[in-house]
Ligand binder design. Sequence first.
Ligand code: SF4
Length: 68
Amino acid sequence: MKKDDHTMKEVAERCTRFSPCGCKSGSCQNDSSNSTQENVSCKFCAHYTEPDVCDIDLYREIVKNHDL
Ligand code: SF4
């Protein structure tokens, strides 16, 4: 599974749970605003964790579903 900066950005742009504010609920932003925000990347998400990137396992799923 790729875990480079580009892929993390692509995933975060597609992710409905991207939580840059750290609240983990995702309610601080809506889906359509993802791609317009700066620093959209799993690295800036409250769910970011090592070594699997996402603590709710969405990274793997989005990479797979979107063939990233
Ligand atoms: S870390 Fe997980 S919840 Fe956060 S943007 Fe990436 S895939 Fe989505």
